[in-house]
Each structure stands twice: as C-alpha cells, then as structure tokens.
Design a protein around this ligand. Sequence first.
Ligand code: PLP
Length: 421
Amino acid sequence: MSPSPLFYQAGPALPEVSHAKGVYLWDETGKQYLDGCSGAIACNLGHGRDDIREAMLAQLDRVAFTYRTQFENAPAVALGQALVDLTEGELEKVFFVSSGSEAVESALKLARQYFVAKGEPQRRHFVSLRPSYHGSTLGALGVTGYEPLEAPFADIVNASLKVPGPDFYRHAGAGDAHHVEHVLSDTRAAIETAGPETIIAFVLEPVGGASTGARMLDRHYLDGIRALCDEFGCLLILDEVLTGIGRTGAWFAYQHYGVMPDLLATAKGLGAGYYPVGAVLSRADIVDTVMASGGFQHGHTYAGNPLACATGLAVIEVMQRENVLDNVAARGHELKDGLQALKARFPWVGDVRGLGLLWGVELVTDATTKIPFPAEQNRFARITALAKEEGLLIYPRRTLNGVAGDHFLVTPPLTIRADDI
Ligand code: PLP
C-alpha cells in the first residue's frame, strides 16, 4: 500500500474503517470496535441510522445547497426555531456554521461587533479558563487554554486573559463553596487588573471537555461568573460545542445549573456525525443591535445549507421521538457506577467525573497523592492504544504540566444500550 497523503497526526498508521452500525465500527480486517467516545464526541446517535439517512436523502433530492444570502430555506428556519425552542425561547436568534470552531469564532465576533455597535470599542479582550478547549481556528485558539495547541501560535494569536476555574479534585471536594469563592475572587482580581471596561465576554465550557477530562464546574461558580459579567457589563458565552444537544442529559448543559448565557455555541452532536452543522444562539437584543449597525460582518459558505439543516432537524426529531435524554440519564448512572468501580481495582485511577454520558477518568501515579504521571510516559496514549487493541474506542488527552493528569473521556453514543455500557 502506498503511503497515505494525509497528515492528521504523527504516529503509527491507522486501521482503515470498513463500516459501522449502532455503537459499533468494523475495520477492513473485520475487527469490531465499540465506539466508546462517539468518534470525537460527535456521533451521538450511533452509526448507520435509517431515519437520518432517509431525511438526508429526501433533502438531497430536493436541494442540497443554497447560499444563505440568496434564499431562505425551510430546514434552516425549522432547525433555527427548534434550537430556540430547546432554550425555551431564552436565546431567540440563530446563526448557522459548519463546525465547533466556527461556532465559537462566530460567537466571539458577534460579541465584539455588538460592543462596537454599542459605542464601546474599547472592549477588545476575552476571558477564558486554563485549561480549556474552544477550537482550532486562530480566534477560537485565542480563548483556548491548552499549552500543546497554543505553543506554536503564541506569537500570532490574540490570546485572551486566562484564569483558573474550580478544581474540585485537587483543591476541594465536589461543590466546595470555599474553593469556589477563592477562585471567583482571583478571577475578579485578574479582570480588575486587566481593566473590566476592556472585556467583551467570558467564554466557558459548562462541563470541561477533552482538555480537562470532563472537569466539572458547579452552580455556585457559574452564578458567580454570571454576576461578574453583569457587574462588568460583559457577555457570557457558553461553549456547548461538546455538551450541547443532550450529551449531559439536558439539551444544553447550562440547563442543569439554571445559569443563562448571552451567547451559546454548539456543533458536534447537532449533526451527530452525519453532516457538519453548528450554530450560535444569541439573545435577540444583541443581534438586533448588530443588525441595526449594518449586519453581522461574518459568514461561511456552507453555513445553514439545506442538507446540513435537514440533518440537524432529523437529529433533534429522533432525540425527541425516542426520549434519548431519558436514556442518557439511565445509561449515565450505569456508566458512572462502572467507572467508579475501577477506582477500587486500580490505584492509578484517580478521579472519575462527569454528567450524563460525558465522563472523564484521570490517571495518577497514586490515588492518595494525586501526582500525575510524567508526561514522557504517555500514559494517555498507551491506555487508549490498549483499549483499541481490545476493541474499545476512548478519547485521550495528555498531561498539562501538573495542572491535570493524563485522562481519557468515555462518551458513547447517547442511544447506547445497557448491555453495551
Ligand atoms: N469547543 C469545544 C468545547 C470542543 O470540544 C471542540 C471540539 O472538540 C470545539 C470547540 C471545536 O469544534 P470543531 O472540532 O468542530 O471545530
């Protein structure tokens, strides 16, 4: 076989996928894999669904692509309305994109344009967490707090102010109010030093994703950040690219906490691996202000095309028809119990944390000291390779200079059955 022209990652050649059905994939040698991470936390309804195929084919037969400034298209309007309804009408405006990075990037630009339109052009900085992951395009990378991805671009990226979030594993017990107060007061101090009048928005994953191994925030912390945003007149942007569309057992993770964002970015599960589609949801007055100033100076060619939106619509319809959120709750408890049980068996399973079907397992040299493995041991890659050898796909990440240990995510399709858990 000639060498592959693709260069996604360094390392050994990958097995070639043959086909997939439900929560399983097969490579061309016939080996079967349980999709324990929905690919990249995207294939949320499993593979090879006839209902989504039918919806996509029907749209393909009608019209696959139209450009958003030439035609309105019914699937886009319907999907936009469905997303608004999922926020119970709190976020009334929708802008479509094709990926999570684009969704975050679009939210950042919309927020900036809002303040320019309002006559506050001095607002030019974002605040975000370290660690965090918000995407790979330069704007989204600017609010990302994850050293390996930032390092090569540090000189050319407009980096946000990075502050630590709560770490209930290393510094406190779950939901520890004292720890949260401490983190919030450090965050306030960092913003005050930077100049609150220069801040556009706070950007946050309501439950951490790959960069943190599903690190949890809590209601108290999110309330505190919301209050800081209100006090300083900046916006709260929630990055629900990974957590949105049911991953945590609610349509959006913020709904567990009752803390309302001003803008929300979502993607991954919206197309469920069948077609790329993402969206920014916004408070109506933000969009109205920007539109009154001449319109949003932004957009991507494939944004909101009929095929993308018909796919997203089919995904939401399947989830509603099959009560997928109930399955997330039930299977989530089973997955949690199973992963927690690993702690008793292996001293190097440090923390097991998550919500719904988004679970992170942090690996440490010893569960008492919580000391991470040395980065050069590549534990995250080794455990992922071992799992794959056994036919289980999990989503790995490396140590972050002592901020967190190696970890992996277990994030199966939301439709997984009990025996597959
Ligand atoms: N934001 C979060 C929280 C993510 O987890 C990801 C992807 O992993 C992104 C943004 C970027 O999404 P995409 O890879 O679709 O550009």
